[in-house]
Design a protein around this ligand. Structure first.
Ligand code: MEV
Length: 310
């Protein structure tokens, strides 16, 4: 393919974890789905492989992005392509912005090399970028983004890839996503939990297993179209995340608010901590979105849908 002829475009979806964040790191299943928002990468032919860096980023952030991009470009041996990015996702709020960016870039790099951008191939390459960003992620973020499907994901032992089961829901799954305060980096939250788990492995292992079971039950509920059962699993998962020390007063307050507004289930999504994203599963989220926006709350709704047309 000659990248000079048509600009190459790649999309990486943001993600929400409905059930199973953190316990997925320890090999338990997680239920996750793609947002209809994400990151779009555009590539045009150039002398060398180059990522156009958003001017709003700090110097260390720019260096990290460049390193991750060059690592992927080196592996694909892509002919020169200059890649620019456009993101609809808030950064570092638990919605998989780095995974979406990685997936979008990797799609363009693969296309520029004349290679197929099948989800598994994209995920394999995006992992190389994610490892620069996060060290050893479970792989659920970039896999959900690359697959662009609702999935039950189980990490393989000591790897950042896993077994994927795509799920079909007979009913639309609609979530309201609220951004609450500032969040501490995922790496920090994951490392702090790792310390507690290493100190009290039995206690934490039991909680992780419980969450894994909820993810499996949630997957069954999705396939049966039983959104009430899925919502209940989300509520119980939130309780267990709080028990693991991953919630905080602002997150809890929003969880209770969404439930009072009619959410079938509500919980933090992603790494949690001091702030981040809270999701509510709604039959119809729009009235709640309108009410929250009126009050100045940062939020949006999304259907956890399949591939979006570019
Ligand atoms: C972050 O979106 C999800 C975590 O479970 C970390 C991971 O899976 O690598 C907190």
């Amino acid at each position: 393919m000659n990248p000079r002829a048509t600009p190459l475009v790649g999309f990486g979806a943001g993600k929400v974890i409905l059930l199973g964040e953190h316990s997925v790191v320890y090999g338990n299943p997680a239920l996750a789905g793609p947002l209809s928002y994400g990151v779009t990468a555009q590539g045009v032919a150039s002398k060398r492989c180059q990522l156009v860096l958003p001017s709003t980023l700090s110097r260390p952030q720019k260096a990290l992005l460049t390193r991750a991009f060059q690592r992927a470009a080196g592996l694909v041996r892509t002919p020169g392509v200059k890649v620019s990015l456009e993101s609809e996702l808030p950064l570092s709020m638990g919605l998989g912005s780095s995974a979406a960016l990685s997936v979008a870039c990797c799609r363009v790099l693969l296309k520029a090399a004349g290679r197929e951008d099948a989800p598994r191939e994209v995920a394999r390459l995006a992992l190389e970028m994610e490892q620069e960003f996060h060290g050893t992620p479970s792989g659920v973020d970039h896999t959900t983004s690359a697959e662009q499907k609702l999935i039950l994901y189980k990490r393989l032992p000591n790897q950042s890839s896993g077994r994927v089961r795509a799920l079909k829901s007979p009913r639309p799954l609609k979530v309201l996503v609220v951004l609450v305060g500032e969040r501490s980096p995922t790496k920090k939250t994951v490392a702090a939990l790792r310390e507690r788990q290493a100190r009290w492995p039995g206690r934490y292992g039991r909680l992780f297993q419980q969450i894994g079971t909820l993810a499996q039950e949630g997957a069954k509920a999705v396939e049966a179209g039983d959104l009430e059962a899925l919502g209940d699993a989300m509520n119980v998962n939130q309780g267990l995340l709080a028990a693991l020390g991953l919630s905080s007063p602002p997150l809890e307050e929003m969880v209770y608010r969404l439930r009072a507004m009619g959410a079938l289930g509500a919980k933090l999504t992603g790494a949690g901590g001091d702030g981040g994203a809270v999701i509510g599963l709604f039959l119809e989220p729009e009235p709640a979105v309108a009410k929250l926006l009126e009050l100045g709350v940062r939020c949006f709704s999304s259907q956890l849908a399949g591939p979006r047309a570019l």
